[in-house]
Design a protein around this ligand. Structure first.
Ligand code: FAD
Ligand code: NAD
Length: 407
């Protein structure tokens, strides 16, 4: 029998972990595995806010894919997926190349949801990829330089939209990085304004009052102005407009108001629900037996009413199951039903504080920040064992990741 071709799209949390699991599960010669990703590095999506604020070096967050996979077991193609043809079973890349598959894993991640709000796409910044996050940092630094020339206060007004986890984590990093930038540019810190704008009556609306109160207090103590019940209606290059005719002059709106599935899927002919691929209990795209999907571009219904959230924790657990089920399919064995086990959630507010919920317990402060570090280290362990933890923590690499416009 001809060797089966397994093609994985996306080397984020879900995709890279699926390829790592397949490397372990597949017997020699059982299948060819190809991993396709836009760039030749894997970035830790959960820490992109640090790249946005400039509080982490490039190499702490982005790692060469070829150093994470086993090149004898997985072929890596650096390429941008432009379309999927389910009739001919081919993936098309922007380069013009076509990659045939017998089994496909779609793990192309998320895109930022703008809800069609005027000016967001054009004028706001988002924490979507390594490149888009890097772009935020360069923009912030530029504002400091320009402020020295024109003293326009909108240049030093930094607004984060959305008081969900991403927005709060971004505010936490800005508190750490902006004082340093002030020092470097010899600008008094009291000329900087940091604001968090949330449409709901409270920040962290899905997380509970105790955490919201702790976070609000912590951010206020560190000079952040929090506006709740404040919906952003428009963004121009030099201001944002809220309900009740409120206008905030700013050159920097960091938009973190939710995510949706990757738009590549729209023209794929694959069945979509709310921009995502709905999957069956075995993580196969509904009614298509040789296409699996996981992570932020997929929709797994945990019950009749609600779907699993787009988190790294979900993507990682799905990756392990997905790999097992592909191997089971190839071997003609029974597939396993995916069951998600929630281990808790922790969000950082800078380096020294965090908030979280682990089981029945709500945690905050330094202990929660420590838990967050453990979670990040656990991911490195899953990806590359103790060697990767050592490399990422103790080997200093100051070389920058090259990013191109098409990322
Ligand atoms: P991603 O990790 O986004 O990977 C998608 C991959 O596909 C990327 O490598 C991308 O470059 C690639 N790709 C996209 N389009 C193409 C294309 N056309 N062609 C080729 N390749 C392509 N979740 C948690 O559980 N805990 C946290 O603490 C947490 N913190 C977060 C902090 C931030 C700032 C953000 C933004 C998210 C956070 N999340 C967290 C959510 C978590 O990061 C996502 O749920 C997770 O990354 C989803 O994994 P994924 O594999 O589906 O997508
Ligand atoms: P989110 O959906 O969790 O929060 C978005 C926030 O933006 C909401 O509070 C919403 O009310 C607000 N909003 C929407 N439109 C607005 C508007 N016009 N003006 C002002 N506010 C507006 O999205 P997110 O924070 O981007 O997170 C996306 C996913 O990633 C979630 O599933 C989240 O759990 C996950 N994530 C997890 C962590 C973590 O576990 N530490 C960190 C970051 C993200």
């Amino acid at each position: 029998m001809e060797k089966q071709k397994i093609v994985i799209l996306g080397a984020g949390y879900g995709g890279i972990m699926t390829s790592r699991r397949l490397e372990k599960l597949l017997k020699n010669g059982e299948a060819d595995v190809t991993l396709i990703n836009k760039h030749d590095y894997h970035y830790i999506t959960t820490q992109l806010h640090k790249i946005g604020a400039g509080t982490a070096s490039d190499r702490k967050i982005a790692m060469d894919i070829n150093e994470l996979i086993d090149p004898y077991k997985t072929d890596f193609i650096k390429g941008t997926v432009s379309s999927i043809n389910i009739d001919t079973q081919e993936v098309h890349l922007e380069s013009g190349e076509s990659v045939p598959y017998d089994y496909l894993v779609v793990a192309l991640g998320f895109e930022v949801e703008t809800y069609g709000i005027p000016g967001i796409k054009e004028n706001a910044f988002d924490i979507r990829s390594f490149r888009s996050s890097k772009f935020i940092y360069h923009h912030i630094v530029k504002q400091f330089s320009l402020y020295k020339e024109d003293h326009d206060p909108s240049r030093l007004t930094f607004v984060v939209a959305g008081g969900g986890f991403t927005g709060i984590e971004m505010l936490g990093e800005l508190i750490e990085s902006l004082p340093k930038l002030c020092k470097e540019h010899e600008i008094p810190y009291n000329e900087v304004k940091i604001m968090g704008v949330e449409a709901a009556p409270s920040i962290l609306p899905f997380f509970g009052e105790e955490s919201a109160v702790y976070t609000t207090k912590f951010l206020k103590k560190n000079g952040v102005k929090i506006m709740t019940g404040a919906k952003i209606l428009e963004c121009t290059p030099d201001a944002i407009h809220l309900e009740d005719n409120v206008k905030i002059p700013t050159r920097t709106l960091i938009w973190s108001c939710g995510v949706k599935g990757n738009s590549i899927l729209q023209d794929s002919g694959l069945p979509l629900i709310r921009t995502k691929l709905q999957v069956d209990p075995f993580l196969r795209v509904n009614h298509i037996k040789n296409i699996f999907s996981l992570g932020d571009c997929s929709l797994f219904m945990k019950n009749e009413k609600s779907a699993l959230p787009p988190t790294a924790q979900v993507a990682l657990q799905e990756a392990s199951f997905c790999a097992q089920n592909i191997v089971a399919t190839i071997r003609g064995e029974e597939l396993k039903t995916f069951e998600y086990h929630h281990k808790g959630s922790v969000a950082s507010i800078g380096n020294k504080a965090a908030i979280g919920k682990v089981g029945r317990f709500t945690i905050s402060g330094l202990f929660a920040a420590f838990m967050k570090q453990i979670i990040e280290a656990r991911y490195l362990f899953m990806l590359g064992g103790p060697a990767l933890i050592f490399k990422q923590h103790f080997i200093v690499r100051n070389d920058q990741v090259k990013v191109s416009a098409n990322q």
